[in-house]
Design a binder for this molecule. Sequence first.
Ligand SMILES: [Zn+2]
Ligand SMILES: [Zn+2]
Length: 262
Amino acid sequence: MRFASIGSGSEGNGTLIQADGQGAILVDCGFSAREALSRMAGYGLVAEDLAGILVTHEHTDHIKGVARLANRCRVPVYTTWGTWAAKLNGVLDDQLFRMITPHEHFQLAGLSIQPVAVPHDAREPCQFVFERQGTRLGVLSDAGSVTPHMIECYQNCDALMLECNHDLKMLADGPYPASLKRRVAGPLGHLNNQQSADMLSQLERSGMQHLVVTHISQKNNHPDLAVAALIESGACCEEIIRVATQNAGLDWISVQAETVTN
Ligand SMILES: [Zn+2]
Ligand SMILES: [Zn+2]
């Protein structure tokens, strides 16, 4: 299994996941359809390579180009009823809507996919864990709090894409109006560096090969602060950390099947 980010942050998100010899899955498309296709080309993919688009929730930085890309390229869209009702109803061709629920895993493009309900200020948001023959990739952003359910779902990931949205002090001192600061830091907002580090320290992660920091705020955080928080918590060593950025995303990363040694 391999994965990549075509861009990560409040200006637009998109994650590519592909099992060996299978079509690719795009999780969220917060870019225009044209921009997404142009970015995907940089990862060696064309629209025909897409087996499906998964949508975590209806905020613009995740859903902006979804309907147009899906309609134009005839790609099915997997999302919850709440997300569909919020922004896709009437825009996405009905024939392309595949309803998922956060309580049931489903199969797509050689992957078993477990949706994970998260606390975020959207209608029915969920994040995902992808599994292929025992190899697990967790994708988690846009959550205001860490719930016991999330801790349970993200155990034993071989790779994890984890939101480190803001540094609490930078947010407090930063340019956002007070109401937006409250929203971002609130229980239905975004994970700050410390919350993500604390969550990571609660996960069984001995087999973790890659930790990718995502959804970093360009105004209220700095990649160095996020990485430092993860390392200082003792939850993660520097060697496995990568950062997905707004403009450059992150190049393909391969997750190897675990080799069992005696
Ligand atoms: Zn977002
Ligand atoms: Zn959001």
